[in-house]
Write a new protein. Structure first.
Ligand SMILES: [Zn+2]
Length: 166
């Protein structure tokens, strides 16, 4: 789902909870779209930290869309995993912090929207929701003879070539 859509849906939900949550609804709203900052880490990690451009991060993710139905493709976004969400939940419960609770619900709201979006596009399982799941499925993909690195090579030659043509 696009960042703009997340800002709009998150803003609508924040408006609904504002009477009850007050200023925390703004924290909820910010969390509901800032969680996608992990897409930036995804980009810089996969280019080996050779490029930090924010614009090219969008090019990278747009180019990846073409491989949604490729059997070698599997996506993971760090903040969208149980390994991040579970500790965040435990920390929230342990501290009883209203601020962390607003962040937690913002993240949950966002991930739920993503799941609906992915499901509707027939690609619910294109994303791994756990780091363990990701490594297990990646190993299975490679064992079947698929080469995920070819997708990255194609994506990077596409977005870097675009740069030269521009
Ligand atoms: Zn997301």
């Amino acid at each position: 789902m696009s960042p703009t859509a997340h800002v709009v849906y998150g803003g609508a939900a924040a408006a609904v909870i504002y009477p009850a949550a007050g200023a925390y609804s703004l924290v909820f709203w910010a969390a509901s779209f800032l969680i996608d900052l992990d897409h930036y880490f995804d980009y810089v990690y996969h280019n080996g930290f050779t490029d930090l451009s924010f614009r090219k991060m969008f090019d990278y993710h747009n180019a990846l869309d073409a491989f949604w139905f490729n059997p070698a493709f599997l996506n993971i976004e760090m903040f969208h995993t149980v390994e991040v969400m579970l500790p965040l939940y435990l920390l929230t419960a342990w501290t009883g912090s209203a601020l962390l609770l607003a962040v937690f619900f913002g993240f949950v709201f966002h991930i739920a929207l993503d799941m609906v979006y992915l499901y509707r596009n027939g690609i619910f399982f294109m994303r791994a929701y756990s780091i363990t799941e990701y490594f297990m499925r990646m190993r299975a993909i490679k064992e079947k003879g698929y080469r995920p690195e070819e997708i990255l090579e194609a994506v990077f030659s596409d977005i870097n070539g675009r740069d030269k043509r521009a």
